[in-house]
Design a protein around this ligand. Structure first.
Ligand code: 5RP
Length: 234
């Protein structure tokens, strides 16, 4: 499942502004997706200009791009911590009065398991988004990565939780999307989700679920790229 719309110029502004927050010596979590790709390219240019960082990619896609632009890479188990992570989102709750303000749905690129691992390990998690991602409440289907043997039993449990699961199909092949971890993805429609924290807890408790795309209480800042600049939302 990919996200709709969002101009590339707005994504580029958000990604490039977030990259400016990275400092010399930082260990940087490198998220996945078209918005984060702009941040990775900007970091590659900064490395060419002398910035010393080490990146931790969250997917095959971000690893390949980081290598292409010359960012030295490392692993979570080879560092003491992650200073900052930059990552995109499919939806961001943008309502300072809502308890779920800052909650995200991620996983449009099926990379949310490793993204959550790296983003949650970071001292600062910077979300990069275009305005089409902002919402008053989460309502897109929640991507749920599942062990392949478990996808039918997990689908039954998702129904019991009030969701409508769909096995994500590969766009150009006659078969399902297979994640970097060798698993499958169920996109689970729950409609409007006013209590993402509760839903996250219920999803995590289902045997066979590897990780779901609800990121609650993790984001520190959202950089929203607009046609005429970048807005920094906390
Ligand atoms: C990948 C993700 C992406 O960050 C999310 O889908 C946003 O992608 P894009 O920046 O291309 O709109 O969660 O798993």
């Amino acid at each position: 499942m990919k996200t709709d719309g969002g101009s590339d110029a707005a994504k580029r502004r958000a990604g490039e502004r977030a990259a400016e927050a990275v400092e010399d010596g930082d260990v940087v979590g490198l998220g996945t997706g078209s918005t984060t790709a702009h941040a990775i390219r900007a970091l590659g240019r900064a490395v060419d200009d002398g910035l010393e960082i080490r990146g931790i990619p969250t997917s095959f896609q971000s690893r390949r791009l980081a290598l292409e632009v010359g960012i030295p890479l490392t692993d979570l188990d080879a560092v003491d911590g992650v200073d900052v992570a930059i990552d995109g989102a499919d939806q961001v709750v943008d309502d300072p009065d809502a308890p779920a303000h800052g909650a995200l749905i991620k996983g449009g690129g099926a990379a949310h398991a490793r993204e959550k691992l790296v983003d949650s390990a970071a001292d600062r998690f910077l979300v990069v988004a275009d305005p089409s991602k902002l919402t008053e409440c989460l309502e897109r289907p929640v991507p749920v990565e599942v062990l392949s043997d478990a996808h039918t039993v997990v689908a039954d449990r998702i129904h019991e939780l009030g969701g409508e699961p769909t096995l994500r199909a590969a766009e150009r092949k006659d078969g399902p999307v297979v994640t970097d971890n060798g698993n499958l993805v169920l996109d689970c429609a729950f409609g409007r989700t006013d209590d993402p924290d509760g839903l996250a807890t219920r999803l995590s408790a289902v045997p066979g679920v590897v990780e779901h795309g609800l990121f609650v209480g993790l984001a520190d800042v959202t950089y929203v790229g607009r046609e005429d600049g970048v807005e920094r939302r906390e």
